[in-house]
Design a protein around this ligand. Structure first.
Ligand code: GLY
Length: 379
């Protein structure tokens, strides 16, 4: 697997150097005909706006090419306009400031980045409802006050890291309370994950599980499943609590057992046969998460989990199958175009399907660098 990943790593570096040199200070979400768009004015607070910066930091960590640092810092500074916009701050602060400010702090020791990281963590902690969960999105009328979503597990490391930095346990306690609620209400008996759960914001009682970005109620949105297996792994890494590792394994088993031999990941594991939609973002996130879980099982998990080595092999093999599918069939390696992955889908019922989305590329690079040992671990 390492030789394969080294070969892809070279292709990534060749392409991204060319892109970083020509792109200017855009904050891309997608690419149209191979040219990145720019969300600086479109929506500075969009949840994906950290990922291009995160790609640049991963590349900087691996190569020390100054252009990557310049691009990443430009983007991080622009996001100050998001931190100063109360309504633009939602639960996705981990996606925005771990990829940017945490990476920057790790690689440069920047005090400004440290400050941004803690501001973002404090805001995320402020979204905690003591009924037991972190509120996902905003809504001026308060109609979303009881909504939580599986993706939030990926933002919890911001809280764990805030406790590790400050020594104040409240951030970690909030994260663990939310993770415990997620075990109880988001993960079904078969290991599949719900996307959205609506709670009564006064009592914390379970009210409903709308279909969210997947096919419908009771279905299994593949990106949500990848957030779940990855997110519970990180909660285990930050807390050492066995229940998070066990839940990560249940979610990863569901993902791996439903991954086709080809490695092509559908948009929803319970979607109808036609149309045969795929989501390369779910694929790259799921692969990266499984690689982390495999490594965790070989290291921290080996004494507390039965069959850790066998499970680790299973997740490594599934991740490799998925990555090979992506890099052989769905990647654009031409340095003259901006995106790598071509077939990502934001939500099943959207009009548009199978187009480039920036976080697909972020997690593809992260997964490959995780195998080659070139990753800057930001979570
Ligand atoms: N975090 C939202 C999504 O995965 O689309």
């Amino acid at each position: 697997m390492k030789d394969y990943a080294k070969e892809i790593s070279l292709k990534i570096k060749e392409k991204e150097l060319a892109v970083a040199k020509r792109i200017g200070d855009k904050i891309p979400y997608t690419a149209v005909n191979g040219v990145f768009d720019d969300w600086t004015d479109k929506n500075l607070c969009w949840w994906t706006n950290g990922f291009w910066g995160g790609m640049m930091w991963q590349l900087y960590g691996a190569t020390k090419e100054e252009i990557y640092k310049t691009r990443a810092m430009e983007l991080e500074e622009k996001l100050d306009g998001n931190i100063m916009n109360y309504n633009g701050m939602d639960h996705d602060s981990g996606f925005k400031w771990l990829t940017t400010s945490h990476a920057s702090e790790l690689l440069t020791g920047s005090k400004d980045s440290h400050n941004r990281l803690l501001l973002a963590a404090a805001n995320l902690a402020g979204r905690f409802n003591p009924a037991g969960f972190i509120r996902a999105w905003n809504d001026e009328k308060g109609d979303n006050a009881g909504w939580a979503i599986i993706d939030c597990l990926m933002n919890l490391p911001l809280l764990y890291i805030a406790t590790e930095i400050t020594g104040d346990p409240r951030f970690k306690k909030i994260a663990m309370t939310h993770a415990d609620t997620a075990i109880k209400h988001f993960v079904r008996d078969d290991g599949s994950a719900r996307h959205i759960v609506i709670f009564d914001p006064e009592t914390g009682d379970f009210v409903d599980e709308p279909g969210g970005q997947g096919y419908g109620k009771g279905s299994v949105w593949t990106r949500g499943q990848s957030w779940a297996l990855y997110g519970f792994t990180m909660s285990f890494l930050h807390t050492g609590q066995k229940r998070y590792l066990e839940t990560a394994i249940r979610c990863a088993d569901f993902f791996a057992d439903n991954t086709p031999e080809s490695g092509r990941i559908p948009l929803d594991f319970r979607q109808p046969k036609e149309p045969d939609y795929t989501d390369s973002c779910a694929a790259s996130i799921g692969a990266s998460g499984m690689l982390l879980l495999a490594k965790t099982l070989r290291n921290e998990g080996k004494d507390i989990c039965d069959g850790a080595a066998v499970l680790a092999d299973k997740y490594d093999k599934t991740a490799e199958r998925i990555l090979r599918y992506l890099t052989d069939n769905d990647s654009d390696w031409n340095p003259e175009t901006d995106n790598i992955l071509r077939s990502c889908t934001a939500a099943y019922h959207d009009k548009e399907h199978e187009f480039p989305i920036i976080y697909g590329d972020y997690y593809l690079i992260e997964a490959i660098f995780r195998i080659t040992g070139e990753e800057t671990y930001i979570w």
